[in-house]
Unconditional design. Structure first.
Length: 194
């Protein structure tokens, strides 16, 4: 029994080192890019925000990974966290609706709120998480539809293609995550059956 605990602790330690290395690499990429191009121009605040976002993302995933041994559940959580991370990063960097300064981009905060509140209501159980992620996908689609109908960001050269493509992209990520949670719920139900 003690050998198994040590083996599990060793794997968890390797996992933490790998995650820390990935986070550090992601923070170093803009620093390296700044040496070669003027297109990337980060200051201390940018690095602090990126570091905080990475800490929240990887910390959230680690908490979820400790909660269950289900690979499907972990994959679903990882995909949902990655989608949320990319959504926030993209909005901070360039914006989805017009530029990053367009206040219409704040609607994406509502998309994330739907997912977070839904997850809390579901108590992070797989079946409820599937429903929360479906609701998140619907909120994502609603923001896209509102932006298109209202013409938010219509002054951008990429309007309406960027909004349509990114709305579909993020809605697909939320729905794939929901599907994985549903599979994890079925796996859990099967394991509980005699």
């Amino acid at each position: 029994m003690a050998g198994n605990a040590k083996s599990g602790d060793g794997r968890r330690s390797h996992w933490r080192i790998a995650v820390s290395g990935i986070a550090l690499l992601l923070l170093l990429l803009p620093l390296i890019a700044m040496q070669f191009t003027d297109e990337v121009n980060w200051d201390e605040i940018d690095f602090l925000v990126a570091g905080a976002m990475l800490a929240v993302a990887f910390g959230s995933f680690e908490l979820a990974a400790r909660k269950t041994g289900s690979m499907r559940y972990r994959a679903a959580v990882g995909l949902a966290i990655a989608a949320a991370f990319i959504l926030v990063w993209l909005n901070l960097a360039v914006g989805i609706i017009g530029t990053e300064d367009n206040p219409a981009n704040l609607m994406y905060g509502g998309v994330l709120a739907v997912g977070i509140i839904g997850a809390a209501i579901a108590r992070f159980r797989p079946h409820g998480m599937a429903r929360a992620l479906i609701a998140t996908a619907l909120a994502q689609a609603l923001v896209g539809v509102i932006a298109l109908i209202a013409g938010f960001g219509s002054d951008a050269p990429s309007f309406p293609e960027a909004i349509v493509f990114l709305t579909g992209f993020f809605a697909a990520l939320w729905l794939i995550s929901a599907w994985l949670f549903r599979k994890a719920a079925q796996e859990q139900t099967s394991a509980a059956a005699p």
